[in-house]
Design a binder for this molecule. Structure first.
Ligand code: NDP
Length: 461
C-alpha cells in the first residue's frame, strides 16, 4: 500500500478549506492546510464580515437623524474613516486568529504558503519548493474580483478588495455593477457621506432577485441620494489632475476620486497545476466537480467559489461538511443547493428565499401572490419615508410557499427563519395558523390572508 505524508491536504484557508481541514483533522486524520494570503479567506478577511461592519458604520447617520423623532437631541457628529478601518482590522485579525486556533486545536498542520498541484497526490509548497504527498486533496482556493481587463483604464479602478483598505474616504465614487457587491458598497459609501453613483448595464439592479424588491430598493436608494444609472456601462477611465474621469456609454463624462468595479468574481485556478494533475476546468476557469464535489481526478475534491456553483460562504461550508460525510464517514452526501436563503445588506436590506415571482410563474400553472407594502412602526416617529415590502409566492395547487421576499430592516434575519419554513415545505395554511408576534414587521408574513393577485399560465389575473 502506498503511504502518503498526509491523509488530507487542503489548498486554501477560506470558509470551505478551513472547515474541511479542521473537521477531517478532528476525526483523527493527518491533515495539512496551505494558505498564501490570510486564514479566513474572502468572507472573513475582505468580504462578508468586514462588509457587515462597514454596513453598521454607514447606518449611524440615519440613527442620529431618526433619534430626533423620539425626543433626542444628538450633538454634532463626525466620522473618522481611519478609526473604522483600524477597528475593523483588529476584529478581522482576531477572527483570523480564531480560525488558526481551531485548526491547531484539531491538530491540522497550518502552512503559510501557496501550494500547487504536481500530480494527483503531490503538492508543491511554493515558499520552500518542497513537495508533499496526500491521499486526498481538497482545492478550496476561492475566487477574486473580475478585473475587467478589457476596460481602458481598469488599472485606475479598485475592487472590493481595496475598498477595505482605502487610505482616505473618497469624496465621490463611481461603482460599476448591479449585483450584491455593487449595491452593498453603494449603500455603504453613501451612508458614510460619499457622493455615490452606481452604473449598471441592465434595466434594473440585482438581476437575480424578485422584481418588486429590485424596484423598491432602487427607489429607496435613489430617495437617499444615490445616483443609479441603469442601461449604462463604463467605456473608459483615465486620470486627470488627481481625479478620475469616467466615460460612460449613455451618461457622458463623470468624475470621481475612486472607481470601483464589482462585475462578478472569477475562480482562482491559474497556475495551480490543475492541468498537470488532470483536474478539468470549465470555460470560466472553474473546477468541474460532480454532485459530491469530486473533480475529474477521483482523490481530488473542490469546494466553494473555485467551483463557481453558488458563491456564498454558507454554501462552501455546507459543501465541506458533505465532503467530510462522503470521504470520512462512509456516508456519500451531495450538497443541497436548493432553496438557499440569502440577504443583500443594502439599506434597506433584502432578505429572500426560494423562487422569484418570475421564476415561479414559469414553473407553476397557478400562483397566489401575497404582497404587503407598509411603513414600519419606527418610521412613524422618525419620519423616515422608507417602506417595507413583504411578498409570499404560493403554488395554488399544493398551497406550498415557494418564494418569500422581504425588503426592509432586518430582512436578512427574517430570511434565515423563512429559509427553514420553505425548506420544510410549509404551506400558506401553515403560515395562516401561526400566531403573529406583535408588534413586529414580520407579523405581516402570517397576516396576509387574501392573495393580492394571482398568476395563471404566466399571466397576472
Ligand atoms: P454578482 O454576480 O452579484 O453581480 C455582478 C454584476 O456585474 C451584475 O450586475 C452583472 O450584470 C454585472 N456584470 C458582469 N459582467 C459585466 C460586464 N462585462 N459589464 C457590465 N456589467 C457586468 O457579483 P458580485 O461581484 O456583486 O458578487 C460576487 C458574488 O459574491 C455574488 O454572486 C454573491 O454570491 C457573493 N456575495 C454575496 C453577498 C451576500 O451574501 N450578501 C455579498 C457580496 C457578494 P448582470 O446582472 O446583467 O449579469
Amino acid at each position: 500500500m502506498t503511504s502518503y505524508d498526509y491523509d488530507l491536504f487542503v489548498i486554501g484557508g477560506g470558509s470551505g478549506g478551513v472547515r474541511s481541514a479542521r473537521v477531517a483533522a478532528s476525526l483523527g486524520n493527518k491533515v495539512a492546510i496551505a494558505e498564501e494570503y490570510r486564514y479566513g479567506g474572502t468572507c472573513v478577511i475582505r468580504g462578508c464580515v468586514p462588509k457587515k461592519l462597514f454596513v453598521y458604520a454607514a447606518q449611524f447617520h440615519e440613527h442620529f437623524e431618526d433619534a430626533a423623532g423620539f425626543g433626542w437631541t444628538v450633538g454634532a457628529s463626525s466620522f473618522d474613516w481611519k478609526k473604522l478601518i483600524a477597528a475593523k482590522d483588529n476584529e478581522i485579525a482576531r477572527l483570523e486568529g480564531l480560525y488558526k486556533k481551531g485548526l491547531a486545536g484539531a491538530n491540522a498542520e497550518i502552512l503559510e504558503t501557496r501550494a500547487e498541484l504536481v500530480d494527483a497526490h503531490t503538492v508543491r509548497l511554493v515558499n520552500t519548493g518542497k513537495t508533499v504527498t496526500a491521499k486526498t486533496i481538497v482545492i478550496a482556493t476561492g475566487g477574486r474580483p473580475n478585473p475587467h481587463a478589457a476596460l481602458p483604464g481598469h488599472e485606475f479602478c479598485i475592487s472590493s478588495n481595496e475598498a477595505f483598505h482605502l487610505e482616505e474616504l473618497p469624496k465621490a465614487i463611481v461603482i460599476a455593477g448591479g449585483g450584491y457587491i455593487a449595491v452593498e458598497f453603494a449603500n455603504i459609501f453613501h451612508g458614510l457621506g460619499v457622493e455615490t453613483t452606481l452604473i449598471y448595464r441592465g434595466a434594473e439592479i440585482l438581476s437575480r432577485f424578485d422584481q418588486d424588491l429590485r424596484q423598491g430598493l432602487h427607489e429607496a436608494m435613489a430617495a437617499k441620494g444615490i445616483r443609479i444609472l441603469c442601461h449604462d456601462t463604463l467605456e473608459s477611465v483615465s486620470k486627470q489632475e488627481g481625479r478620475l474621469s469616467i466615460e460612460t456609454l449613455k451618461n457622458g463624462t463623470l468624475t470621481a476620486d475612486v472607481v470601483m468595479l464589482a462585475l462578478g468574481r472569477i475562480p482562482n485556478t491559474e497556475g495551480l497545476g490543475l492541468e498537470t494533475a488532470g483536474v478539468k476546468t470549465d470555460e470560466r476557469g472553474a473546477v468541474v466537480v460532480d454532485e459530491y464535489s469530486r473533480t475529474s481526478v477521483p482523490n481530488i475534491y473542490a469546494l466553494g467559489d473555485v467551483t463557481d456553483r453558488v458563491q456564498l460562504t454558507p454554501v462552501a461550508i455546507h459543501e465541506a461538511m458533505c465532503f467530510i460525510e462522503t470521504e470520512y464517514k462512509g456516508n456519500p452526501t451531495k450538497p443541497d443547493h436548493e432553496t438557499i436563503a440569502t440577504a443583500v445588506f443594502s439599506q434597506p436590506e433584502i432578505g429572500t428565499v426560494g423562487l422569484t415571482e418570475e421564476e415561479a410563474s414559469k414553473r407553476y400553472k397557478e400562483l397566489e401572490v401575497y404582497r404587503a407594502q407598509f411603513r414600519p412602526l419606527k418610521a412613524t416617529l422618525s419620519g423616515r419615508g422608507e417602506k417595507m415590502i413583504m411578498k409570499l409566492i404560493v403554488d395554488a395547487s399544493s398551497r406550498k410557499v415557494v418564494g418569500a421576499h422581504i425588503l426592509g430592516h432586518d430582512a436578512g434575519e427574517m430570511a434565515q427563519i423563512l429559509g427553514i419554513t420553505l425548506k420544510a415545505g410549509c404551506t400558506k395554511d401553515d403560515f395562516d395558523r401561526t400566531m403573529a408576534v406583535h408588534p413586529t414587521a414580520s407579523e405581516e408574513l402570517v397576516t396576509m390572508y387574501a392573495p393580492s393577485y394571482r398568476i395563471r399560465d404566466g399571466v397576472r389575473v
